[in-house]
Design a binder for this molecule. Sequence first.
Ligand code: HSE
Length: 407
Amino acid sequence: MINISILGYGTVGSGVFEIIRGNKSVITERTGQEICVKSVLDLRDFPNEPVSEVLVHDFSEIENDTEVQIVVETMGGLHPAYEFVKASLNKGKSVCTSNKALVAAFGSELLEIAAKNKCNFFFEASVGGGIPIIRPLVTSLGQEEVEEISGILNGTTNYILTEMTEKGTDFDTVLKDAQEKGYAEKDPTADVEGHDACRKIAILASLVYGASVDFEDIYTEGITKITDRDINYAKKLNAKIKITASVKNKNNKISAVVAPRIINSSQPLYSVDGVFNAILVKGNMVGDVMFYGQGAGKLATASAVIADVVEAAKNIGINTGIFWKADKVKLVPFEESVSKFFVRLSGNIADNEEKVEKAFGEVTKVDAGYNDEYGFITAPMTEGEFCSAAKELGNVINRIRVDGGNI
Ligand code: HSE
């Protein structure tokens, strides 16, 4: 029998507790041993609930319990999660976490501590919720040079953009609805400003490139400036606006960005709607591989945590070798990254045509039926070039990067 402890009995922690009891026989069969929840740490009490039998309020009871071999961390936040995880690893207990903030900030250090103590630090649930992505990247795709990862990594923003596209509702109304449905947090900043997706792509990038990609170095733009007009222009292009997080490796130069993009119907991410997530991995040998599923939610995320628990249980006393160096990856300066841009200018075509040609050369006009503005798509250009040209014009309402395809 393997004893585990769960730190935090919130949404994901209670999901882990529930699945371990509900799927006991399949988990035991796959692991080769029974997995038993010996203790659950939470500050609250849960009278009359089964968890009350194993509830503790003091982490040291878990830290010093030599019978606990695996710790599940589902508290979220950086502190005290970091201190508890570090202490558990130093005692030789493997840790399985869903906490992306913790992994993005302290991943390399915690992986190193796990290796030193012949245990494991696993974090499948930290990216893409229930979608298996971390383990496939290190096992099934471990032989590949990963040229690109591009994903819809945040369910809240994908839900908001999908509703805006399908129902014509404005951003603020959909956000309110998403909060009422429990998809969006009361404070939605981390989701709508792209910070959540940024941490997730930083974790995937660190994993495949073997060194720390600092989330603070990644250019990140959210969806708060996207309006119904932007969405209508995208529709005219047979496209949708999606916020994607991506990392690319071109000749050992690594670039990463999180931003809204116009994606046309021939692109694999076009059909990923609602709260779903998808991750497209381009390997140099295998080509494109896509992972799709529920990127959040109690049981989906808890299921990914339990996949880690099973793996940790099969590797007691053995470190499985997942690591990335503490050294920071130097990303290509964002000003150098190249895109086509969809641009909206105030004033009509006659007001703008000549000066647009002067600033951008030949462009492709996009007519969505608005007489008070001029929409067009530029040729591929760097961010730096775009910024100077846009400054020269002085009347840009919005600009959105355009992703390949035949647009
Ligand atoms: N807030 C996140 C999302 C939850 O909307 O995708 C999962 O990390």
